[in-house]
Write a protein that binds this ligand. Sequence first.
Ligand code: SAH
Length: 452
Amino acid sequence: MNKKNELFDLEISDITSEGAGVGRKDDGYVVFVPFTAPGEKIRCQLLKAGKSFGYGKLAGLVQPSPARIEPDCPAFRRCGGCALRHISYEEELRIKKNWVIESFRRTGGFDVSNMEIFSTENHDRYRNKAEYPAGTGEDGQLCFGLYAQRSHRVITCADCLLTPAFYGDILKAVEKFCRRYRLPAYEDGLHENGFVRHLYIRDARATGEVSVSLIINGDSLPHSDEFVAAVREACPSVVSVSVIINKKSGNEILGDKCEILWGKETITDVLCGLKFEISPLSFYQVNRDAAELLYNKACAKSGLSGSETLLDLYCGAGTIGLSASHSVSKLYGVEIIPEAVENAKKNAVRNGIDNAEFFCADAGEAANMLADRGVRPDIMIVDPPRKGCNDAVFEATKKMMPGKITMISCNHITGARDAARFAELGYHITELFAVDLFPRTAHVETVVCLKR
Ligand code: SAH
């Protein structure tokens, strides 16, 4: 019988893609224990005893893993952001590679055990974006922080090591502004009059431009001039200050309306030698340097000769397709967020690219529309959100049957599932590799090249 609070020794054999260690008790019972490392022996306290598996807490280290290191962030363990800060980065890469291999074996039946994983030098302060949720602190006042593990409880952290240190100055200034006018935190709709949802900061690494947005559950921000002044004083590199209106219930962070209060509508970054304008509502990879590595490798491994037609589905502000546009004869891009499509069109013009056409639509619907019009891409790039490709994408693939498909996936589980669906249509994997876009967290990006 496995009882709550029971103490026992446990050997950790593996680590799940949520970042929890996995061990098996002598009787075969599986226990998940966060902040442990494969190969180590621990003392475990059972916190939750389910029928077939349980959740435990690290109560002591009997034989620590040689890869274990001292976590360097005071919020580690409380914060839901980093899951792997207690192990060396080399071990983290080994673990992440194994996640991808296992997903493709289990979910798709593929053997990709010879895959490589790539990363850049910077494992800290690489994020160019933060979305700090608003909560209510112990003093009853609004505070911005980070979500705790698997919860929407806000914890405070003076300096998150994944983002630039100056983000903390902006956070403090905006917190002060919200407190002065007693603006209440929204906290997942918990407060009837909840107003401030998130503080949203972005920076363009190549140019240093910064944008700051306050996401509110309301139509306008009172004292917005003072908000602008506070932000500009805290951060001289800010070039764009806005409010984003999000009155939807649920946990979607961004709303669909952005009002610029001061400055420009976009920040401009440089990626793969091209200039990209990015609106607050447009997706942009959070780790610029690693994204550049990812795009370069994905394009190189896709083997473009200059004469192909390329269809870039889920294209965001057009970054991948435009980076490859000089190696193809025609580029079609599809993206559902209107601001991102506007960015993509302008980004083409700005970089002197005249062989690109962008559509604002659902990826699957637009792909079917293009297929019905007789468009037959030689290569299709898909870069869907975490839930993977829509069914309609596979329907359109069946009609167009591009010679090559390159799939970029931020979720190796849905990525493996989608690769299996492409395999059913007659494709096989020619290349698979991962790029660590998210060091210290339980996320990794996978690239799969398929051929008909
Ligand atoms: N390829 C881009 C963006 C990838 S993120 C880049 O590397 O920057 C995934 C993108 O898919 C986001 O921009 C999101 O807005 C978009 N998206 C989400 N659902 C979509 C859908 N059903 N159809 C088209 N685009 C969608």
